[in-house]
Design a protein around this ligand. Structure first.
Ligand code: G6P
Length: 604
């Protein structure tokens, strides 16, 4: 995920763009850049690896100015963070400049076609192909060119495009990535998010997919892909600048929870093209006699879920190890072991050490990482990327969901490759995975009832999470989420273990038990556990497919959309994230930055 901004008007675009980029830096901060149509009839472009402050330093050494410009803050997906890979990208004729947020899935094919025509590329990015293609198509009409380019692109994009031959006109188009148009007395703006323009205007128009905005100093015009004019009336934004940075959400955590359907969709899509596809296809399941998943925190919990999925589908032995333990235990691994490192940041010290230990012992290492260019992404033999964009809240939500879905996809592919599953079964499970984003949306549409229930739960001294089999695995994440942000004591237990100790902690009135019931054949067993805690005075929240739940006010019930039990963690976790969020919100806590925690743990 990146941030883009553009301005055309009476004022100097550069300070406006730099200020706007500051408001978009949460979207990525690997590098930043700005380009203006300079007074000399050329583009003036300054691009700099690193944070925006590095770009500001460059700009103060080499000031540039112009009444039209575009800017970008990058979260690297294709090509490492570097000056060259930074945006804006300018075509090799130096005629068209582009900023892009999104992923162009067919960039390889387009690039090859253009290279065959003698066009030389400067960067490793998917985005440069847009500038080169635009120059290739350009014949004196930028709007026409943008329509042709948009029709040729597959994937997601929000684009800001300038052409030297039409130096008063900024063109924008989008598909599957956000883009707003700001209108003001002194000029017009494009931006990935409202906060970037709020200092100048609160009048914005929202572009829909495949709609084009043509901005000039005097105003904004809109067109569809048939070049027919569209009418749009600017809306007035009422947010203050601070809250708008979170897209109107009170906390980044809630924003990120709500982004999950898109993140699931993007991650599922990511295995059909580009790097993720290549990696999955390159893994030879038959080469491994053992699989080890090692990680920390929530990423470890994703590994525990994956163990159940892999073992059930592939009949392959899977060990899940905390990275801090794995690194020192002299693990029994060999060149027949696949070691999977799961990490949002790719920089967690223990997970890096575990990876190096595994490599030293000859195992094959696969990273599942969110941050391109991170240590694990670079050092693991191969790496799959979660398509979640930058995650800002310390408590992970959307990246965890993206990790789960990549692990499901991998397990299904392995099972098929190992002959443990028919092609038909593989197709069936793949269709179930593809249906998860829609089901996640369904849960998020019931947010009000979860919020209402959570508001009644802030007084509990302890909240236990119980489940059996895969429900136990995801109960670990539910409990971690709750304790991280609400500071309420919480533990997760396998239902069958209750009678071996934890049940002695159940206290009348003070204890809530969150019970998960998604495993058909174990439903009776978990309901017996529920009876046991209810009879000792605990209140129960039941999550899952268990319509026979109703038992007065003691048992509350949140049903999930129908889903194969192996994939049910993707749905029950969203309920638990929202529950934890609203418990913490009702306690008035600093949800995005919980005490004593950090997003990326780079020390042992
Ligand atoms: C911290 C974060 C967790 C994360 C864990 C591992 O504890 O708060 O959300 O799961 O680190 O981090 P990683 O970047 O390796 O996923």
């Amino acid at each position: 995920m990146c941030g883009i901004i553009g301005y055309v008007g009476e004022e100097n675009a550069v300070p406006i763009i730099v200020e706007g980029l500051k408001k978009l830096e949460y979207r990525g901060y690997d590098s930043a850049g700005v380009a203006v149509c300079g007074q000399n009839g050329f583009f003036d472009v300054i691009k700099q690896k690193g944070r925006l402050t590095a770009l500001e330093a460059r700009l103060s050494e080499n000031p540039i100015a112009g009444n039209m410009g575009i800017g970008h803050t990058r979260w690297a997906t294709h090509g490492e963070p570097s000056d060259t890979n930074s945006h804006p990208h300018v075509g090799s004729q130096n005629k068209i400049a582009v900023v892009h947020n999104g992923i162009i899935e067919n960039y390889r094919q387009l690039k090859e076609r253009l290279e065959q025509k003698g066009i030389a590329f400067a960067s490793q990015t998917d985005s440069e192909v847009i500038a080169q293609l635009a120059e290739y198509y350009y014949s004196g009409d930028l709007l026409d060119t943008v329509i042709k380019v948009a029709n040729a692109l597959e994937g997601s994009y929000a684009l800001g495009i300038m052409c030297l031959d039409e130096p008063d006109m900024l063109v924008a188009v989008k598909k599957d990535n956000p883009l707003i148009i700001g209108v003001s007395g002194h000029g017009q703006f494009i931006a990935s998010d409202v906060p970037a323009v709020l200092k100048h205007t609160n009048k914005v128009c929202y572009l829909n997919d495949k709609e084009i905005a043509v901005l000039t100093k005097g105003g904004a015009r809109f067109f569809n892909m048939d070049r027919e004019p569209l009418s749009k009336t600017p809306e007035t934004v009422t947010w203050d600048i601070d809250s708008a940075e979170k897209g109107g959400f009170e906390h980044f955590m809630l924003k990120e929870i709500m982004e999950q359907p898109k993140v699931l969709r993007d991650t599922i899509q990511s295995v059909h093209s580009g790097g993720n596809k290549e990696v999955i296809e390159s893994l030879e399941a038959a080469r491994f006699d053992k699989l080890v998943i090692t990680a920390c925190g929530s990423a470890y919990n994703a590994g525990v879920v994956a163990k159940y999925v892999f073992e059930r589908l592939c009949r392959l032995s899977v060990e899940v190890e905390l990275a801090s333990e794995f690194r020192y235990k002299d693990a029994i691994i060999s060149d027949k072991t696949l070691v999977i490192l799961v990490s949002q940041s790719g920089e967690t010290a223990d997970t890096i050490a575990a990876m190096r230990e595994a490599k030293a012992k000859g195992a094959f290492t696969l990273g599942i990482v969110n941050v391109v260019g991170s240590t694990i992404a670079k050092e693991a033999e191969v790496c799959l990327f979660t398509a979640a964009g930058p995650e800002i809240a310390v408590a992970t939500t959307k990246v965890f969901s993206a990790q789960l879905v990549l692990l499901y996809i991998l397990a299904v592919r392995f099972a098929a490759a190992l002959g443990k599953m028919t092609e038909e079964a593989e197709r069936g499970l793949s269709a179930e995975i593809a249906a998860l984003p829609g089901k996640a949306e369904e849960i998020l549409s019931r947010i009000d009832s979860i919020q209402k229930y959570a508001s009644t739960c802030i007084g509990y001294k302890s909240i236990f999470f119980i489940g059996r089999n895969i429900d136990y695995a995801i109960a670990l994440e539910g409990s971690l989420k709750l304790k991280e942000i609400s500071y309420i004591h919480s533990e997760a237990y396998a239902g069958g273990e209750l009678k071996h100790g934890p049940i002695s902690l159940v206290e009348e009135e003070d204890t809530l038990v969150v019970a998960l019931s998604n495993c058909g054949r174990l439903r009776g067993k978990i309901m017996s556990n529920v009876e046991q805690v209810v009879s000792r005075g605990a209140k129960v929240l039941l999550i899952g497919s268990c319509q026979d739940a109703g038992q007065s006010g003691i048992i509350s019930y949140i049903g999930l959309p129908e889903v194969p039990e192996l994939f049910s963690p993707s749905l029950s976790v969203i309920v638990m994230q929202l529950f934890s969020y609203y418990v913490a919100a009702n306690k008035g806590l600093d949800i995005d930055k919980p005490r004593n925690l950090a997003k990326s743990v780079t020390v042992e």
